[in-house]
Design a protein around this ligand. Sequence first.
Ligand code: HEM
Length: 102
Amino acid sequence: METPAFIDSFYTKFISENEEVAKMFVNTDMKNQRTMLKNSLMILMTTSLDSAESQSHLEMIGKSHSRSNYNIKPELYDKWLNCLIESAKLHDEFFDLSSETA
Ligand code: HEM
């Protein structure tokens, strides 16, 4: 199934703006990656943040992205979030300050 255009825009932006990030995704199946991010965001949007589902999902992301695994630098999360917000802004006609805060 196709993922929403905003997820596509997100990875295009995230990868084209950061060479370090681009290197991390050279061998990645991006179709699969887009689906995984979509599913991840769906879990976080449809369950409350303190639910067991959100908590165990975030724990899984925390482990896979930690120093001993993908070794993602903390500052890359700000870039990740900015790209996600910019992409949502581009594709959601109802995007407003409350969407950005959320
Ligand atoms: C809270 C923010 C983030 C979420 C929700 C997220 C979500 C995901 C998910 C669901 C996966 C696939 C499952 C897994 O391997 O754990 C994944 C893989 C990955 N993520 Fe993230 N991610 C986030 C932040 C980042 C950041 C900041 C980077 C920096 C470049 C990054 C780089 C990667 C890489 C390199 C992979 C593995 C790709 C591969 O398998 O080849 N992620 N992410």
